[in-house]
Design a protein around this ligand. Structure first.
Ligand code: PLP
Length: 378
């Protein structure tokens, strides 16, 4: 059995530290928004290279709160990708905004910024939510260029990309450091995940920081005095304590993920499989942190055949994402139809996520690639 994701091996390595951190929180008697949350907010903000972090209950809430803290108004249009997790777009709708879906680039699967610019030339847009999908950084310089040229807001969705990097004016920058704000998810399967839910907003902007802090506790700057109607979206101390332990290992685990991706690539290359897999580029920065390792088949029939074969062999896979967001039933009212965003629609039919987590071994990778070959031949 090789699962798509396995947290148990990692837990064995850090069990003592995790249990001691949890115990310390419980013994302290302070279990909500205490010192561990503050420490995590500092850790993440410093790591990304921004001033502030605001811990919240999960990544989905982080998107809703950040967008509202940035000043979105009812009816505002926000551009995003249809090839992402639902929460990216639902955050716009939950703020009474209107998502404008723009297709993705066929190589990176990230939102196509050339097409974004075409929309910006035509319509009044509040902002963009770019997603650094599967852990690969959207071009940060191009994002900043659009921000400055069109005066739009940027909320980076870094739920899958913690630690990924890009280049701005010759300098290495982390994803999450160029937007007006950025969000992270600490869902268990994420590169930095807890044993439950958690999320964070980061920003350099004082107003977004103050607004977000207020919105996460029912819109109250001072306890029981509510300026606006906010949310109950606090990050628990236990999760923050777990994440503070895990944070120390994040760079090491990221290196392992990158190494796993290059081992996959080596086997795919040697065995001459006719599938598309992430190219390993020789760069001096972490352009991809491989939250997911996603390959692309020629058509849906082959993908389904291979998926079924792998399943029989006990190898976990997943489809990210089977229905692009512009075709989701709940967004019918937006008026999109099949064929509008062809690349995302094709990817939803042809891609498959393979197992990746830092403890995956070369033998397991070899077995997975071998079974993909067998599965595509039968
Ligand atoms: C791209 C993206 N955005 C947002 C989220 C939402 O995060 P959460 O599951 O913590 O609410 C996720 C995670 O599932 C995600 O993958």
């Amino acid at each position: 059995m090789i699962p798509l994701f396995d947290s148990t091996k990692q837990y064995k390595e850090i069990k003592e530290e995790i249990l001691s951190a949890i115990n310390k929180v419980i013994e302290s008697g302070r279990v909500i928004l205490g010192e561990e949350v503050k420490k995590l907010e500092k850790n993440i903000a410093n790591f990304i290279g921004v001033k502030h972090g605001i811990g919240v209950a999960n990544g989905s809430d982080a998107l809703v709160i950040a967008l509202r803290a940035m000043g979105i108004k009812s009816g505002d249009k926000v551009i995003t990708t249809p090839y992402t997790f639902f929460a990216t777009a639902s955050a716009i709708v939950r703020n009474n905004g209107v998502p404008i879906f723009v297709d993705v680039d066929k190589e990176t699967y990230n939102i196509d910024l050339n097409q974004v610019e075409k929309v910006l030339k035509k319509e009044k847009i509040f902002g963009i939510i770019p997603v650094h999908l599967f852990g690969q950084t959207v071009n940060l310089e191009d994002l900043l260029f659009l921000k400055e040229k069109y005066g739009i807001k940027i909320l980076e969705d870094c739920a899958q990309s913690i630690g990924s990097e890009g280049i701005v004016n010759g300098e290495i920058r982390k994803s999450g450091s160029v937007g007006d704000a950025a969000i992270f998810s600490f869902f268990p399967t994420k590169n930095l995940g807890t044993y439950g839910d958690g999320g964070m907003i980061v920003t350099n902007d004082e107003k977004i920081y103050e607004n977000s802090k207020m919105l996460r506790v029912h819109g109250a700057k001072k306890k029981y005095f509510h300026d606006v109607v906010g949310y109950n979206s606090r990050l628990d101390e236990i999760h923050a304590a777990i994440l503070n332990v895990k944070f120390k290992y994040l760079d090491k685990w990221t290196e392992k993920r990158i190494n796993i991706a290059s081992i996959y690539a080596k086997y795919f290359e040697n065995w001459k499989l006719s599938i598309k897999y992430p190219r390993i580029l020789k760069k001096s920065f972490k352009y991809h942190v491989f939250h997911q390792y996603v390959v692309e088949f020629e058509n849906n029939k082959i993908r389904e055949k291979v998926k079924e074969h792998l399943n029989k062999e006990g190898i976990g896979t997943s489809i990210y994402y089977p229905v692009p967001l512009h075709l989701q039933k709940c967004f019918k009212n937006l008026g999109y139809k099949k064929g509008d965003l062809p690349i995302s629609e094709k990817l939803s039919q042809t891609t498959l996520a393979l197992p990746i987590f830092p403890e995956l071994t070369e033998e397991e990778i070899e077995k997975i690639v071998f079974e993909i070959k067998r599965g595509s031949e039968v």
